[in-house]
Write a protein that binds this ligand. Structure first.
Ligand code: NAP
Ligand code: ZN
Ligand code: ZN
Length: 315
């Protein structure tokens, strides 16, 4: 049993609450960027004890028997992972997320928050952090690569931090001019306003990888055109409506378009340990629970620097 201290507000919470993915069960308690302290443990628990600072991300169980689960990629469980909220457990009970005082989670799905990470700045790592770290590691993005990051919100700002920390040359593609200056503080080497066609044209065929975090439908053909021959566009943003694309954007230059979903427990722990070692933490605005609706509106306007985190003391 974990007493929740902080919970990040992910755009997925907003998609879910507003039923933009069409699979919402209500009443719903969102929240999957959870940091708290263990308050009690069951008799069989060996890895944690009361007082430990821990994290819980997007899922709290999985089948444990399929090839994905056996290889530590429970996020891709073939039977479907049990999500932290808006899922149903084996007994048919609805799972409820982190906008809450407590949560009870099997120890195998709980992460250790290493010393050196601040509890509120660590919360967004449990989703925004692992969702951007995992594809960068999978595609071995690093020194010598040029990386584009599209959308500078919660996920995007973590992609910039990880990309720069792994040694890539990072360019932010944004629809918000006011984010230009801040992007360099986050570690970006270049900033491009996607509506500036001339600048976009000057960058055609120049990126090895682009990670796309945009939460709404948008033009992907113009992003694919920025990729080098055999470059890869990695979608992590999850708009409710389908995207359209011209097949020419892929066949010209043998380009790849891929997707990636959060990360497994082992890799999430590896990411947290990496963050502690390299001092990579989220930039957060900590707010009381009474401001949650206002925070949702601000996220929807792109007015977020770069993750709202709820202080659960205020619940
Ligand atoms: P966020 O903080 O709202 O950031 C999204 C950013 O996308 C915005 O800040 C904005 O950046 C840009 N954007 C928004 N609407 C746009 C539009 N109409 N056209 C162009 N750009 C637009 O959201 P987030 O929490 O980072 O989540 C981003 C997406 O990833 C959501 O769809 C979420 O559900 C999804 N997600 C996926 C996974 C996964 O495992 N794959 C995990 C977590 C979240 P600029 O102002 O810079 O343009
Ligand atoms: Zn999330
Ligand atoms: Zn499984």
């Amino acid at each position: 049993m974990i007493e929740i201290l902080y919970c990040g507000i992910c755009h997925s919470d907003i998609h879910s609450v507003r039923d933009e993915w069409g699979r919402g069960n209500y009443p719903m308690v969102p929240g999957h960027e959870i940091v708290g302290r263990v308050s009690r443990t069951g008799a069989g628990v060996t890895r944690f004890k009361p007082g430990n600072l821990v994290g819980v991300g997007c899922f709290v169980d999985s089948c444990r028997g399929c090839s994905a689960c056996k290889s530590g990629q429970e996020n891709y469980c073939e039977k479907g992972a049990l999500f932290t909220y808006n899922s149903h457990d084996k007994e048919g009970n609805a799972t409820r997320g982190g906008y809450s005082s407590h949560i009870v989670v099997d120890e195998n799905y709980v992460l250790r928050i290493p010393d050196g990470l601040s509890p509120n700045r660590a919360a967004p790592l449990l989703c925004a952090g692992i969702t951007t770290y995992s594809p960068l590691k999978h595609w071995k993005v690093g020194r010598g690569h040029s990386l584009g990051v599209v959308g500078l919100g919660g996920l995007g700002h973590m992609a910039v931090k990880f990309g720069a920390s792994l040694g890539a040359k990072v360019t932010v593609f944004s629809s918000s001019a006011h984010k230009r200056e801040e992007s360099s503080h986050l570690g970006a080497h270049n900033f491009v306003l996607t509506k500036e066609k001339k600048t976009m044209d000057g960058l055609l065929n120049s990126f090895d990888f682009i990670i796309d975090t945009v939460s709404a439908t948008h033009d992907v053909d113009s992003l694919l055109a920025l990729l080098r021959r055999e470059g890869t566009l990695i979608l992590v943003g999850a708009p409710g409506d389908p995207l359209s694309l011209s097949t020419f954007s892929l066949i010209m230059g043998r380009r790849t378009m891929a997707g990636s979903l959060i990360g497994g427990i082992k890799e999430t722990q590896e990411m947290l340990d990496y963050c502690a070692k390299r001092d990579v933490q989220a930039d957060v605005e900590v707010i009381p629970v009474s401001r949650v609706n206002e925070a949702y509106e601000r996220v929807l306007r792109g007015d977020v620097r770069y993750r709202f985190v709820l202080d659960m003391k205020t619940l």
